[in-house]
Design a protein. Structure first.
Ligand SMILES: Cc1ncc(C[n+]2csc(CCOP(=O)(O)OP(=O)(O)O)c2C)c(N)n1
Ligand code: SF4
Ligand SMILES: [Mg+2]
Lengths: 346, 636
């Protein structure tokens, strides 16, 4: 007898389907609060998925626990709503066993950075080909309004009536530090840009991490309004584009330059000379780290792709070791049982 | 007579049925290797045997110290045996600390071989000896054979271009050579092994072989030993045999499950004693299509295994007690999503970190009940090192056919212990049945159960038209959608329980050894099989009406268990815990079972169980356990 192959190639249908947004909508009633930012993320995802040209049955959404983690019930693909913080682990097992599948991880700021912080870190470090979308509403939504690891210092919530005494962490900084090969940020209300970020994350080979600023209109309404509202966006957000100088403003009139390691705003910068040029493909994360330190109100908030580099993926490396071992001779159970010293009793 | 034999002292040869030897020395002295080499020789010779390695907790405790002592016990015989022996007949002590920690176990009058060169003031002090036991008469109750092992080993290696330290490290082969001579064994198996092992280090090979031969020749020429012993081969069923440890058998069993089912194996694990060997074994076997994953923690390990099971592969995770505790929430997710997952727990002494290198069987209730809600999993437990092979296959056979998580409860004693194993023919192995889901009429319902087994369909990503959503939230049995319906939750909970209960129709009946009915049934599970079986055999030889039965399926229990329990006046349940199986048996069958418990990190001795049997049958006063080893010396 011989061992089976490690991937189930036979299950994948070869014909590229022509699908529409509707194909990705389930019959489930969406249960988020009316006005919740999650609706927009769901809508952009459903719009984006047909563009991938991947059959529905080969796409899997895996989530943890939280309002955001209800997501898989609403996407008509395979879906797994798991336990708090552990979605990256299940996704890692699935993608390692079945590298041919397209796997999304849906998580929240509590789910991914508090209880599941360890798993998120290691999934990114391994560069496993997952698309991780973190819905950051800077609050625990599902449990009705406690502060989260991304809540601002001093924030007053149900569990911090006197204000929090802990400093928040920045998800993008964590992703960069963990060595994620694709790192991006988007905002729920900026739908076109969000859709583009989701698309590029899905297309990236290796781990993709997208932080989406998501409004929880019940427990943390307006958390991002100061810079993300349509009217002020151009002035208060900056769209990162690889190879382009950093510019923002209604007419793109302002720029960013570096003074040593410190960014500075150049108001009404007439020429691009001296402006910081974004390099998303840099191996070195120093520039990305400087950019991620820019925040409202001192700076426009950077959104877009911070980092996009190529590296071998964990799932492929594992598959390669298996394939190479099998190429040298598939394991035989008879031989394995007889390995080492044997003797015969007549 | 030739001149050669004339020069040798006369050795009288005595035949024995069974011998138990313990090799003990500093953890740097290579005692595990010495023991394993002797074991291989005895196995190839055809003896039945069982071994018990005893590692110190520290990787490198200070040399010569009490916590640094490492031991390896082997019992070999010309008859069938089930345990590594209660107390050694022979103790080989390579230093004072080894003598101090192991002497308490040596049989009165037993043979005590010591390296007398090591009994010098510094080492005696490290072992907390006030005076030299070789000189103060404290060993009068034993046959003491003090040998100058260190010095003679040095002489044998004289002229070899090795450091003094490297030479010192060959002492264990000197001792091995001597013991091989004492039991009339050849050096062939060891020479063959060493030649392969030190292929790239001819200098080390030469030194070890010289030491080995020197020890052997010393036995032959010295007058210290009047007797040489013979333990003839055992009569065992014909076949091809190998030597196997429980952890090796576990790994091979799961490889077999993969080959027999035709499904690739995924193993997620986080290193932990005494389960890590399974990860080491499986990670070598990539040519079987096996993918191993060393996760960031035990939760990630089980999560990944669940992901693989969800993807239609064999999802396996392995750990020891503290790791099982970490896995419990995710195991419940597998219960709720009804995925075919197998969880290995190689139990060790607890609670908390406990005594990682010592054995115990105290995770039964954790496996059975250690999760929130009414949560049922199947549980199997191998009873000997080689039985780990069969029960591993059984674990996946049950998981796949019934779509249920299965816990495989091994323990440190089984995992590290070893025995000769008749290699099974592949046609003898259990068949594994499984299928992926088939399309249903209308919307796919992932909880449409098989009417016989109640298993739900296994729809895996990639199957067109079967897209569905599962998760930890309760689902409607009718649609697979989230449901808070009171009746539905009631029914789904009962269905998950009934699904596990129905496995009973798919597992063998409990076998009884001894009288079909009578005065006493000794009921056990897991690694206590050897001591219980031997103790009951001895009791029957003494004319007592005592039967034994061993549970390898713990959830559900075999169908005939209640009937078996009723046929004896009394039921005794020996366990290496405070009475976990006894609690289940008493609770479920209203049987007034007597619990016999030992929680010392050591397996049961046969004599202990016999003592308790006699007490239960009114043949003696209360039996009280005695703990012979000096407490705590190798804990940590
Ligand atoms: C083990 C465990 N602990 C706690 C909870 C309760 N819980 C559910 S969601 C959640 C926080 C969710 O916050 P976040 O990840 O930010 O998601 P959001 O609801 O904001 O989208 C908590 C604490 C749980 N379900 N499981
Ligand atoms: S509580 Fe907040 S995050 Fe949750 S659904 Fe409502 S608005 Fe959205
Ligand atoms: Mg949140």
């Amino acid at each position: 007898m011989t061992a089976p192959t490690a991937s189930n190639d036979g299950l994948i249908s070869p014909d590229l389907p022509v699908l529409t947004r509707k194909d990705f909508v389930t019959d489930q009633e969406v249960r988020w609060c009316p006005g919740c930012g999650d609706y927009s993320i769901l809508a952009q995802m459903q719009k984006m998925l047909p563009e991938l040209g991947i059959a529905r049955e080969n796409i899997v959404f895996i989530s943890g626990i939280g309002c955001s983690s209800r997501f898989p019930y609403y996407v008509n693909t395979y879906g797994f709503h798991s336990i708090h913080g552990r979605a990256p682990t299940i996704a890692t097992g699935l993608k390692t066993a079945r590298p041919e599948l397209t796997v999304f991880v849906i998580t929240g700021d509590g789910d991914g950075l508090s209880i599941g912080g360890n798993h998120l870190l290691h999934a990114m470090r391994r560069n496993i080909d997952l698309n991780i979308i973190l819905f950051n509403n800077r609050i625990y939504g599902l449990t009705k309004g406690q502060y989260s690891p991304t809540s601002e210092f001093g924030k007053i919530t149900k569990s911090s009536p006197y204000g929090t005494t802990e400093r928040p962490l920045n998800p993008i900084r964590i992703a960069l530090a963990a060595g994620a090969t694709f790192v991006a940020r988007a905002v729920d209300r900026d739908t076109k840009h969000l859709e583009e970020m989701l698309y590029r994350a899905a297309k990236h080979r290796g781990v993709s991490f997208v932080e989406v600023y998501q409004n929880c209109n019940i427990f943390n309404d307006g958390a991002f309004a100061a810079f993300a509202e349509k009217e002020v966006r151009a002035e208060r957000m900056i769209y990162l584009e690889h190879g382009k100088p950093l510019r923002f403003g209604k007419n793109n009139e302002h720029g960013i330059r570096l003074n040593g390691f410190t960014p500075e705003i150049v108001e009404n910068a007439e020429s691009d000379d001296g402006l910081l040029v974004h390099d998303a493909h840099a191996e070195n994360i120093t520039l990305a780290n400087i950019l991620v330190g820019m925040d409202y109100p001192d700076f426009p908030v950077p959104v877009g792709v911070f980092r996009d580099v190529d590296a071998p993926t964990f799932d492929q490396l594992v598959q390669q070791q298996v394939d190479e071992a099998i190429a040298k001779g598939r394991g035989s159970l008879e031989d394995a049982l007889r390995a080492g010293e044997t003797w015969v009793v007549e | 007579m030739t001149t050669e034999t004339q020069l040798k002292p006369e050795h009288h040869v005595e035949e024995l049925e069974r011998v138990t030897i313990r090799f003990a020395g500093d953890s740097g002295d290579g005692m595990q290797l010495t023991g394993t080499q002797f074991t291989r020789t005895a196995a190839v010779f055809g003896n039945d045997l069982a071994t018990l390695p005893d590692f110190p907790a520290e990787i490198r405790a200070p040399a010569g110290s009490l916590p640094g002592v490492s031991g390896f016990q082997i019992s070999f015989a010309s008859t069938e045996i089930y345990t590594p022996g209660d107390r050694p007949d022979v103790l080989v002590a390579m230093n004072p600390a080894a003598l101090k920690t192991n002497l308490g176990d040596l049989k009165p009058g037993g043979l005590l071989i010591v390296d007398k060169d090591e009994f010098e003031p510094t080492n005696l002090k490290k072992a907390a000896y006030e005076s030299n036991p070789l000189e103060d008469g404290s060993l009068a109750g034993y046959q003491v054979v003090p040998i100058s092992i260190t010095r003679q080993n040095e002489l044998a290696l004289e002229g070899l271009p090795l450091s003094a330290k490297d030479k010192f490290r060959c002492r264990n082969f000197y001792a091995l050579g001597l013991i091989l001579w004492l039991y009339g064994r050849t050096l062939d198996t060891t020479i063959k092994w060493a030649t392969e092992q030190f292929k790239r280090r001819p200098d080390i090979l030469e030194a070890n072989l010289r030491a080995l031969r020197a020890g052997y020749n010393f036995g032959e020429t010295t007058e210290l030993f009047r007797v040489q012993y013979r333990v003839p081969p055992a009569k065992v069923p014909p076949g091809t045999y190998r030597h196997i440890s429980g952890n090796e058998a576990t790994a091979l069993g799961f490889v077999a499950a993969s080959v027999l089912s035709g499904l690739p194996l995924f193993y997620g694990s986080y290193p932990i004693t005494p389960a890590s060997d399974i990860l080491h074994e499986l990670s070598k076997l990539k040519n079987f299509g096996i993918k191993t994953f060393q996760a960031e923690d035990e939760i990630a390990a089980i999560g990944a295994a669940i992901g693989a099971a969800y993807g239609g592969h064999l999802g396996l995770t392995g750990t020891s007690g503290p790791g099982l505790a970490l896995k419990s929430e995710a195991l419940n997710l597998a219960v709720m999503t009804e995925l075919p997952l197998v969880v290995i727990d190689v139990q060790r002494a607890g609670p908390s970190t406990g005594m990682p290198t010592k054995t115990e069987q105290a995770d039964l209730l954790q496996a059975m009940f250690g999760r929130n809600g009414d949560s049922y999993v199947a549980i199997v437990a191998p009873c000997t090192p080689s039985d780990c092979f069969i029960m591993a296959i059984e674990a996946f056979r049950i998981a796949l056919k019934h779509m249920v998580p299965v816990v495989f409860l091994s323990d440190g004693y089984l995992g590290n212990g070893s025995e000769p194993w008749r290699i099974p023919d592949i046609s003898e192995l259990p068949r594994i049945e499984w299928k992926y889901a088939e399309p249903q009429e209308g919307k796919f319902n992932p909880y449409l159960r098989d009417p016989k087994t109640l298993a739900r369909p296994w729809a895996v990503p990639g199957q067109k038209g079967l897209e569905h959503r599962i998760g930890g939230l309760e689902k409607s049995g009718e649609t697979g959608d989230i449901s808070y319906d009171p009746r539905n939750h009631h029914e789904m909970t009962l269905a998950r329980k009934a699904k596990v209960d129905r496995i009973v129709e798919d597992i063998p009946l409990l076998q009884v050894t001894g009288p079909e009915e009578g005065d006493l049934l000794v009921l056990g599970w897991g690694g206590t099989y050897g001591s219980i079986t031997s103790a009951c055999e001895n009791a029957r030889k003494r004319g007592l009406s005592v039967a034994s039965a061993h549970l390898r399926y713990l959830n559900p229990f075999p169908a005939n268990l209640p009937d078996v329990l009723k046929r004896y006046k009394k039921v005794l349940i020996p366990e290496l815990n405070t009475g976990q199986l006894a609690l289940l048996i008493r609770g479920r069958y209203l049987v007034d079972a007597i619990s016999f418990n030992k929680i010392s990190g050591q397996p049961f001795k046969i004599a202990e169980i016999e003592g308790k049997i006699d007490e239960v049958l009114g043949l003696r006063d209360e039996y009280v356990l005695e703990f012979t080893r000096s407490a705590g010396v190798s804990g940590g």
